[in-house]
Design a binder for this molecule. Structure first.
Ligand code: IVH
Length: 719
């Protein structure tokens, strides 16, 4: 029975739950129509009324807020209702490779890192990459105690109750299993079960699902485990997190142990050593792909020996000992309806092709990036002709688009026979379409060549740059403010009312204080916001008044300073005060501060210059100082292994190392909490010199820096 006309105060719990379900569906339906650019079925006012009703009911019955609630759709992940679990060991992702040559490079890089000749002596496991959701299952004393999604890799959602409904996942382990063990793997939905579910949904007149992966994710995010139980999810075990005692010393052996404990493991996993055998297995799995009852999107290769995995270690987000060899991208024909220009945070003008919607590999594609002016012309980054014959792309063209994994769709080629006679060459804008400032292509100082990027020169004047800057500031790896998504930032940036306006990052933190005025300008009275979501937003903002130093540095949006560089800077300088002072001093390129900055291993001159330029701009200094009135950066965390004898020390390696490769030495030192520098200075604590060491050794002696050889290094670190 419909309850739309019943006042919220008079709704019963059951009616409220049923109505929230109806509203979620209705709003999702209207969202789809609206975003799909079809004619919307209802007016904006009616749409807003539905949204408001939803929020009012949620405000009265917060316990009924659904995982798929429309109030959570914008910016806020549905995660808020599941408790968070911090992974005992981070859940990392994999690097992707696409060609046989990439695989050869991966394998050579493993040998090179370990200082071995590529003689097929290292075995790799090769197994399908399951297109599902990764899951970490924690067992203590043989009992399943928690199950967490990957989340951002550090913390995930606690979905234990739902995972317990998956029959394939053991609730208990045999008595010989370690006291603590986290088994990791992929939860997925079989293709057959997906099709059957969709048939049933269609028969019931309900919305059908797009693909098994999304359905599996949706099924796990149910607040009601009985729904998850009805969805027949499955699992493959292939990795592990914390484990109190290792039951095997190879990847292959570990998976066999999982199998003996009752976990499903993938039958197509093999252990292989030669590149030929590895590529053959890849092709073989590719041929079997259509007949498998689960979606896969590639083959994962992992170094088999765990001691070698240990030596190879990790880059910032992925292991050096593994990679995913993706299957070729899927392609389709469609037409370019228009070319729009987007202006990014750094002023880059990126052309985007608006396409007639087309399904590529189960996903509807409506946009494809065209990268830059050259790309549209048919010229690649090194001046080479791209696409079959270097055809340019024109509005009206029929094109082949391709989608590979999660990457943005690409225009692969133009079908020249179908080019309309009227189609004209695309004229790349010479002024920024957002602020009207000149848009220019810079010349690369080193090569003298024109840069491929056309950049708006408007800087802070350009609204697009300012808005994108704010979006970057609140993004996941920066301040990570939940509830401040793209839509909300647009809204606050456009708001002219001083009680609501957010133009620069510090304004985010004064929003709540500025809200004391008239009820008309109160956020909670504005369409799209409700009391509950506004409170949550303020809480999320206040939660970030203390922030890790590297997040702050990354959030500043300095050119060329990504997350990894930000972490490097945070670790090198320790505190924000030390960092900013040093960067201001480094403006003088004869100063010690400038040479120190350039000595940090991993910071090149381009990055160093960009940071110094940032600190020369008074506007930046002003924004940062206003920001620091609102937030407190936490000093960089102590090195990972503070007990090691080299923790916190600055080490330089020189000469030819014989017992480890340079990369391995660096990774090892960093694992032990040391900083690795590229050149010797007064700040160097230790120089490790192999045979043939020259000027660096001399300089270290001159400066009285402690030196040792490779053996001395191993004695020192106790290895
Ligand atoms: S190994 C440290 N093996 O791929 C790396 N991952 O792109 C641990 N995945 O988040 C992952 N099948 O969700 C591994 N056989 C497989 C996999 C697999 C699918 C997923 C997993 C991971 C993502 C990385």
């Amino acid at each position: 029975m419909s309850t739309e006309s019943v006042a919220v105060e008079d709704l019963t719990l059951e009616d409220a739950a049923a109505e929230l379900e109806r509203l979620a569906k209705a709003l999702a339906h209207h969202d789809a129509l609206y975003h799909g650019k079809d004619a919307p079925e209802i007016s904006d006012a009616d749409y807003d009324a539905l949204k408001r009703r939803n929020e009012e009911i949620e405000a009265r019955f917060p316990e009924l807020i659904r995982a798929d609630s429309p109030s959570r759709k914008v910016g806020a992940a549905p995660s808020a209702i599941f408790q968070q679990i911090t992974h005992a060991r981070p859940m990392l992702s994999l690097d992707n490779v696409f060609s046989d040559d990439d695989v050869r490079d991966f394998i050579s890089s493993v040998y090179r890192f370990l200082g071995l000749l590529p003689d097929n002596s290292i075995a790799f496991t090769a197994e399908p990459k399951i297109d599902g959701l990764s899951m970490s299952l924690r067992y203590e004393s043989g009992r399943l105690v928690s199950a967490a999604t990957r989340g951002d890799g550090t913390t995930g959602e606690n979905v234990t109750a739902n995972i317990r409904t998956i029959k394939e996942i053991p609730q208990t382990l045999p008595s010989d299993a370690p006291a603590v063990v986290e088994v990791r793997g992929e939860v997925y939905m079989a293709k057959g079960d997906f099709l059957a579910l969709n048939e049933q949904m269609a028969a019931e007149g309900k919305q059908t699902y797009v693909n098994p992966r999304n359905t599996a994710a949706g099924s796990l995010r149910q607040l009601d485990p009985t729904i998850t139980a009805s969805r027949k999810l499955k699992f493959f075990a292939y990795a592990w997190g914390e484990i109190s005692e290792m039951p095997a010393d190879t990847q292959f052996g570990m998976v066999e142990v999982f199998k003996s404990w009752g976990f499903p493991v993938n039958p197509l996993m093999q252990r292989l050593s030669s590149i030929e055998a590895i590529l053959e297995h890849y092709n073989d799995i590719g041929l079997k792909r259509p007949d498998l009852d689960y979606d896969i999107d590639g083959v994962v290769y992992k170094v088999d020996r765990l001691d070698l995995q240990q030596r190879l270690g990790f880059r910032s987000r992925s292991p050096r000992w593994a990679t995913a060899h993706k299957f070729p991208a899927e392609q389709a024909f469609t037409t370019v309806e228009n070319i729009d220009i987007q202006v990014g945070r750094t002023g880059a003008l990126t052309p985007v092709a608006r396409l007639t919607p087309v399904t590529v590999g189960g996903v509807v594609v409506t946009n494809a990036t065209l990268h830059n002016a050259d790309y549209i012309e048919g010229i690649g980054n090194s001046g080479e002709r791209i696409r079959e014959e270097g055809h340019d792309i024109r509005i009206g063209d029929t094109v082949i688009v391709q989608r590979a994994g999660d990457v943005i769709p690409q225009v692969l080629d133009v079908v020249m026979e179908k080019r309309p006679a009227t189609a004209e060459r695309y004229q790349f804008p010479k002024i920024c379409p957002v602020c009207g400032s000149h848009a220019v292509r810079e010349r690369n100082e080193k090569t003298g060549k024109l840069d491929s990027v056309t950049r708006c020169t408007g800087g802070f004047v350009c609204r697009a740059q300012a808005v994108e800057h704010l979006k970057h500031f609140v993004s996941r790896n920066a301040f990570d403010i939940e509830g401040l998504g793209s839509k909300q930032i647009d809204f606050f940036f456009e708001a002219e009312d001083p009680a609501l306006s957010i133009k620069t990052a510090p304004d985010i933190f004064t929003l709540e204080k500025r809200q004391s005025g008239s009820p008309l300008t109160k956020l909670e009275n504005i369409d799209g916001f409700g009391k509950v979501s506004v409170r949550k937003l303020y809480d999320a903002i206040n939660d970030r008044r203390q922030v890790a130093l590297h997040r702050l540095i990354y959030a500043l949006g300095i050119r060329h300073v990504g997350e990894t560089t930000a972490k490097l800077l945070a670790r090198s300088y320790g505190s924000y005060a030390a960092f900013s002072e040093a960067m201001k001093a480094a403006a003088d390129t004869t100063s010690e501060a400038w040479s120190d900055l350039n000595t940090i291993d991993g910071i090149g001159e381009v990055v160093a210059r960009a940071i110094v330029e940032f600190y020369k701009e008074p506007r930046n200094i002003d924004v940062v100082s206003r920001l620091l009135e609102q937030v407190t950066p936490l000093d960089a965390e102590a090195p990972v292994s503070s007990s090691s004898p080299v923790a916190g020390k600055t080490v330089v390696f020189t000469g030819s190392l014989e017992k480890m490769t340079r990369d391995e030495a660096k990774a090892m030192a960093e694992r032990l909490g040391a900083k690795v520098a590229g050149s010797v200075s007064k700040k160097t604590d230790l120089l490790v010199a192999g045979p043939g060491a020259g000027s660096k050794l001399e300089k270290a002696r001159e400066l009285g820096v402690e030196t040792t050889d490779e053996d001395g290094w191993f004695v020192l670190i106790g290895g």
